[in-house]
Design a protein around this ligand. Structure first.
Ligand code: SF4
Length: 291
């Protein structure tokens, strides 16, 4: 690959391929419960970006057994799992609740690392203490939803915090030795290619260890779905999207892990761009162009 993709990174670090077992905690998000918003981000589905995660009403061990069982059946691998707390804002809870959940996950015999998806404004010191403590048992990867470094765009989709909050959070995570990845979304409303590359540059300069980039998906029932139906959003063709990715890869240093350069939204909810639904075609295209 022309960049450090996650498979290569995991092989370097763990000696083999790793698979993410997606889980849900019993949490919501400050952007949904009224603390900083009640409607959620404009692109976020009712499942809080956790459509692939196991249900939150199971214990962590039960959820892991279920998620790992599915992954093993699909991949044939019985080892190398990351317990991925994906839905909503996984640190938007009491520190003790998070501690119990992460310790239960880290005690699972097949789990070799923990990943926690969250917002940078939900990382008070008590939560950082929990993440640091668990990081002494198994590697903890923290994933922050930045989406854009452009505060004006962030206001449009209702992110609910300013980019400076992200910068402070990355500093605190790095001070504690926590591996940090930022999520960026390309083709948010009104953003030019230079805006998107500006977000990538911001993440690189922030000191993050990794980056995940996806295209804006239009999912049923979201606010962006209404805007898209009114013709107010310009989504890229696959070629246009990967032209922008190519420029982004020129900015990203070779030691920064590029966890994703595209994703696949839940098919049952996806309205656009439909090329993202053909996962095999997208993977083949990526391998041809960037392999
Ligand atoms: S912060 Fe995350 S979970 Fe909350 S509304 Fe935005 S995308 Fe959804």
């Amino acid at each position: 690959m022309r960049y450090l993709d996650s498979n290569s990174y995991y092989r370097q670090r763990f000696g083999h391929r790793m698979y993410k077992a997606a889980l849900s905690l019993d949490v919501t998000c400050p952007n949904r419960d009224g603390s900083c918003g009640s409607e959620g981000c404009a692109f976020c589905s009712a499942g809080g970006s956790g459509e692939f995660a196991s249900p939150a009403d199971l214990t962590i061990s039960e959820s892991l057994d279920m998620a790992i069982g599915k992954l093993s059946a699909k991949t044939g691998s019985d080892t190398g799992f990351i317990a991925y707390f994906q839905s909503f804002t996984s640190t938007y809870c009491e520190p003790d609740y998070l501690r119990r959940a992460l310790l239960e996950a880290s005690a699972h015999e097949k789990v070799e690392a923990i990943a926690v998806g969250t917002r940078p404004d939900c990382l008070p010191d008590e939560i950082l203490d929990v993440l640091s403590d668990v990081n002494r048992i198994l590697p903890v990867f923290v994933e922050l939803g930045l989406q854009t470094s452009n505060d004006k765009t962030a206001e449009w989709f209702g992110r609910g915090y300013r980019t400076g909050v992200f910068d402070e959070a990355v500093n605190k995570l790095k001070e504690r030795g926590l591996n940090t990845t930022a999520h960026v979304i390309f083709y948010l409303k009104g953003e030019t290619r230079e805006d998107m590359l500006g977000s990538v540059r911001h993440v690189v300069e922030s000191g993050c260890d990794g980056i995940k980039i996806t295209c804006l998906y239009i999912l049923k029932g979201t606010r962006v779905a209404d805007e898209w139906q009114r013709g107010e959003l310009a989504l890229p063709t696959m070629e246009e999207y990967f032209d922008t990715i190519e420029r982004a890869l020129e900015i990203i240093p070779r030691d920064m892990v590029v966890h994703r350069i595209t994703g696949d939204g839940p098919k049952s909810l996806l309205l656009a761009p439909m090329w993202t639904a053909d996962k095999r075609a997208v993977v083949n295209y990526i391998n041809r162009r960037f392999g």
